[in-house]
Design a binder for this molecule. Structure first.
Ligand code: SF4
Ligand code: SF4
Length: 324
């Protein structure tokens, strides 16, 4: 009993998420027993049947650590972000979606009306001649049914509530989660509020073992399947666009080790104010052509440049969304 009393209380919640972040918690394998030894999981919708009302009734600050994964896309996500902020001592934005908006944040290249039209009227698998769309409130015999309000914009967690730390990645590396968790358990002095934890203060290129030179003669970019990677040379120098120069390290350069380019899920270092802007300036410096027309021609070989440079970070970027 005394041992239980010393246990931390932990919550894990998902907003607009794919479920990968929750799976990354399970990916700690048998270390989960260490976590359970030190912490009681009081709320985790993917695994426990705790109701929202149970969380709302918990005393303020009674949850020691909450991992919030997923972006904020609707009123339900926002409500739970606010409730969990109130109930938690430490609120951690866990994963790229909570940190920067992530993949769901790419919807900020569109808007609510265009998304609903596509999904409920135009998609190839939709048959909806009456153009019926979901209603937020419906009366049925048993009472009133409610659906969350779908926002026009996807938001990062810190655009809605105060966040203590950011644990980046899509999903974060499970080992980094264990390190951060044990630091909290052991009472290790935590970094200043607002820090990115479980990651490095170097960019991916500093941790990457591929051969690099000062080569600045790129004429165009290729999709990975269009060229044969030699397996040794920096991907950018081979014309395969890799976002390592703008991306915070800490994942073990996993994608590049697997011969795939880095896509930027760990986000930028603290001194980079806009991930996409930084990456575009890196690219401009690598190109052979220096005239505007030559640069434009080379950039045109990047498929979906906006989606590439802001794949994980659009809502958290300087742009935040496309103006429509
Ligand atoms: S960060 Fe990646 S793994 Fe986590 S919820 Fe978002 S898309 Fe899924
Ligand atoms: S750009 Fe990519 S492949 Fe090249 S050094 Fe950086 S991380 Fe490695």
């Amino acid at each position: 009993m005394g041992k239980d009393k010393a246990k931390l209380k932990m919550a894990i919640y998902w907003g607009a998420a794919c479920g990968g972040c929750c799976v990354s918690v399970l990916d700690i394998h048998e270390t989960l027993f260490t976590v359970i030894e030190h912490a009681d999981l009081v709320f985790w919708p993917i695994a426990l049947d705790t109701k929202y009302s149970d969380v709302e009734e918990m005393p303020d600050q009674s949850i020691d650590i909450t991992l919030f994964n997923g972006a904020v896309r609707n009123s339900e996500n926002e409500h739970m972000a606010r409730v969990l902020r109130q109930k938690s001592r430490l609120l951690i934005a866990y994963g790229s979606c909570a940190h920067m908006g992530g993949i769901p944040g790419l919807a900020n290249f569109s808007n609510k009306e265009a998304i609903f039209r596509r999904v409920y009227e135009e998609s190839e698998s939709t048959v909806n001649p009456d153009k019926i769309r979901p209603l937020e409130e419906v009366m049925v015999a048993e009472g009133t049914l409610h659906l969350p309000h779908f926002y026009n914009d996807v938001m990062t967690l810190d655009q809605v509530v105060d966040v203590d730390y950011y644990l980046p990645g899509c999903p974060p590396q499970s080992e980094r989660l264990v390190e951060v968790f044990l630091a909290v358990v052991n009472g290790t002095e935590l970094p200043p509020k607002g820090s990115v934890v479980g990651a490095s203060s170097l960019v991916q290129c500093d941790e990457c073992k591929r051969k690099k030179s000062e080569k600045k003669d790129i004429k165009r970019f290729y999709r990975p399947w269009e060229v044969v990677d030699d397996g040794e040379t920096c991907l950018n120098e081979q014309g395969i666009l890799c976002l390592g120069p703008a991306t915070r390290g800490g994942c073990g350069v996993r994608c590049v080790v697997g011969n795939a380019p880095c896509r930027g899920c760990y986000g930028p270092l603290d001194d980079i104010s806009d991930f996409g802007g930084k990456m575009m300036s890196v690219i401009a410096s690598m190109l052979e052509g220096k005239e505007e027309a030559e640069i434009e021609e080379a950039i045109e070989t990047v498929v979906d440049p906006a989606g590439t440079f802001y794949r994980y970070s659009l809502p958290g970027s300087k742009l935040r969304r496309k103006q429509l």
